[in-house]
Design a binder for this molecule. Structure first.
Ligand SMILES: Nc1ncnc2c1ncn2[C@@H]1O[C@H](COP(=O)(O)OP(=O)(O)OP(=O)(O)O)[C@@H](O)[C@H]1O
Ligand SMILES: [Mg+2]
Length: 219
């Protein structure tokens, strides 16, 4: 099926002389579920930010869906990110004054989806994560596990090809973590490509493949 969805070659990222990534090469095929694991400070979030087009490598190549990220200007990167990537954060990053439904609908607004369709799609996504009854609540009125399910619904808003998640269960208790992982496995079974970062071997074992990062290099 052509080029893999994600292709990284010799990615490096320096922060003012400190090498957080020292030459990372791997690819992720469409439909794969991979986990990045490794000790604190080894560069996991740095790598995910580059893959999420939130940051640029100091050198090396990153191609997403066959598009060389280095060739894009900021507006093109924003558009590729919006159309191709869903990002799930450890701390949810929901807007506190918006309802769950409006949080999920927000990325669709940026993508130019008409209001009634945004509402319908947001409600359908909240139903998928089991939160139909709580669609009008704001994040403060939801538990951590519920907030993360809203975060995942939001990440799916624009039907991304790639789901990226940085420690998506890092703030959750074990029961909520299991819910989140079960849902990610369902998405994977439906064909979603997933790359997540985790410290938790139980979470990592849900993935098909583990990429072990240490001191800015894959082992
Ligand atoms: N903006 C920055 N400026 C300078 N150094 C940074 C910056 N971001 C990260 N670093 C450094 O780069 C290294 C990798 O950081 P990164 O956040 O990628 O680690 P991580 O593997 O995600 O760790 P954790 O498991 O604790 O989240 C660390 O040494 C960190 O201090
Ligand atoms: Mg991190």
């Amino acid at each position: 099926m052509g080029e893999p969805l994600v292709v990284c070659e010799e990615l490096k990222r320096d922060y003012g002389g400190y090498a957080a990534l020292k030459g990372v090469s791997f690819s992720v095929a469409r439909g794969e579920f991979a986990a990045v694991m490794g000790p604190s400070g080894c560069g996991k979030s740095t790598l995910l930010s580059i893959l999420g087009l939130l940051d640029r490598p100091s050198s090396g190549r990153y191609a997403l869906a066959g598009v060389d990220a280095a060739a894009l200007d900021d507006a093109e990167r924003t558009r590729l990110r919006r159309e191709t990537i869903g990002f799930v954060f450890q701390a949810y990053n929901l807007l506190p004054r918006l309802s769950a439904r409006d949080n999920v609908a927000l990325p669709m607004a940026y993508a130019g989806v008409p209001p009634h369709e945004r509402r319908d799609r947001a409600e359908a996504l909240l139903e998928r994560v089991g939160l139909s009854a709580k669609a009008r609540r704001t994040p403060l009125e939801l538990s951590g596990g519920e907030r993360q399910r809203v975060g995942i619904a939001r990440a799916l808003a624009n039907r991304p090809a790639l789901l990226l998640a940085d420690e998506p269960t890092g703030n959750l208790d074990s029961a909520s973590s299991r819910d989140v992982i079960a849902f990610l496995r369902t998405l994977h079974a439906e064909g979603m490509t997933i790359l997540l970062v985790t410290h938790d071997p139980g979470v990592g074992s849900a993935a098909q493949r583990i990429l072990r990062l240490k001191d800015g290099l894959l082992e």
